[in-house]
Design a protein around this ligand. Structure first.
Ligand SMILES: Nc1ncnc2c1ncn2[C@@H]1O[C@H](COP(=O)(O)OP(=O)(O)OP(=O)(O)O)[C@@H](O)[C@H]1O
Ligand SMILES: [Mg+2]
Length: 368
């Protein structure tokens, strides 16, 4: 048992850091040397040392892993490979959309292009291996200069994986990562058999906006995902219609693309990484620190778009109930202090509003 509150908190933070690490560099920094590595090792091992934690299992495991990473770091510093975290996992990504990726964990065959995003290409394929068998989505950056954004997404998805909760069903699942022979970073995620909001609106059925009774369940799921991310200290930073995916058959929804997110911005100074002209809150252009309310602004704009509204003026189709319009306008107030703040509180308010408007909830088939 660990007694002191302060020590417990410190232990949690250090364990989390060690559990999230995949390479010695994740603990000792990409640019390091033997003295620095030794110092960091000494400090961290003081926190997780078994003698100090009365046999606490999590601390013991962290200490074992830390020692392994320490030995690995010293070895890499000695043979000159320190800082190179992915050289063992290189693959050739050709221009065609049919190729194979081999990592230490698994084999992945790519068979098609799913989307061409801002950062790179998202391919579709299949994982074949003991660890995971099933459909996958593979995202590869076009330009090595964007590797840090990809690395950021890996860090966040790993954090989510390490903190299981019901809300993970609304978030992408990271399976693996790799580096191409040209040095571009790529991630392998479970395939989401859904459609992003742009493609839903592009279809004929919802050309003028998605019915409000469907938009509310989409918003309910996404608020739940955001509430969880915020509880982990993470602000998404780029919620827009391309980053919300919907699976019609069971009304599931996902928030994807965590490349631009900021982790514990108030403590770390981590800032916004992109300005999304139509969906970013005003504080992004003002280069202010990311806030949970910044995501709620972007979600409000995205839902106005989903309903067929005008994201510039916030005018929504007259068919949208005035109470729902009022609720959404609370999300898109220019001043972050006046706008909606807490995703889980908004989730509860939305549930109440839906029951008030249309009575007890029932499943309505959604077709696209
Ligand atoms: N796990 C997934 N399963 C199925 N499709 C996906 C998945 N991840 C992404 N996609 C598709 O690819 C599109 C782009 O994905 P994403 O936004 O993650 O990458 P990107 O746009 O290249 O990156 P960024 O926006 O950071 O520049 C999504 O809108 C979606 O259509
Ligand atoms: Mg994207």
């Amino acid at each position: 048992m660990i007694k002191e509150g302060k020590t417990m908190q410190e232990l949690d933070v250090v364990c989390e850091q060690i559990e999230c690490a995949q390479h010695p560099e994740d603990i000792f920094g990409v640019e390091s040397n033997k003295v620095l590595v030794k110092n960091i090792f000494r400090q961290l091992s003081k926190v997780v040392h078994p003698d100090r934690n009365n046999g606490d299992a999590r601390a013991n495991n962290a200490f074992v892993k830390l020692t392994e990473y320490y030995e690995g770091a010293i070895k890499k510093l000695t043979n000159g490979t320190y800082g190179d975290t992915l050289s063992e996992e290189q693959t050739n990504v050709s221009d065609s959309d049919s190729f194979t990726i081999q990592t230490r964990k698994n084999t992945y065959t790519i068979t098609k292009t799913l989307a061409e995003g801002d950062l790179g290409v998202v391919y579709g394929g299949q994982a074949i291996g003991d660890e995971f068998n099933g459909p996958i989505a593979v995202k590869v950056v076009d330009d090595n200069a964007d590797n840090d954004l990809m690395q950021n997404e890996i860090k966040i998805l790993q954090l989510f994986k390490n903190n299981p909760a019901n809300q993970l069903k609304h978030l992408p699942v990271l399976l693996d990562r790799f580096k191409t022979s040209d040095g571009q970073l790529g991630t392998i995620m479970e395939y989401i058999d859904g459609y992003d909001l742009y493609s839903i609106r592009e279809g004929l059925r919802w050309k003028y906006g998605i019915d409000q009774k469907h938009v509310v369940w989409m918003m309910n799921r996404t608020l739940s995902a955001i509430g969880y991310a915020h509880s982990q200290g993470c602000v998404h930073g780029n919620i827009d219609p391309s980053h919300i995916m919907i699976r019609p058959r069971d009304h599931n929804a996902w928030i994807i693309d965590w490349c631009y997110s900021a982790l514990n911005p108030a403590q770390t100074g981590d800032g916004f990484k992109v300005l999304n002209e139509e969906f970013s809150a005003p504080e992004v252009a003002q280069k202010k620190p990311p806030l949970p309310a910044s995501d709620l602004y972007s979600l409000g704009k995205t839902m106005i778009f989903a309903l067929g509204g005008d994201v510039k003026t916030n005018v929504m189709p007259a068919s949208v109930d005035i109470a729902l319009q009022r609720f959404l306008k609370f999300f898109v107030l220019e001043s972050p202090r006046q706008r909606a703040q807490d995703a889980w509180e908004m989730h509860a308010m939305l549930n109440d509003l839906v029951v008030e408007l249309w009575g007890p909830k029932k499943f309505l088939e959604f077709q696209i």
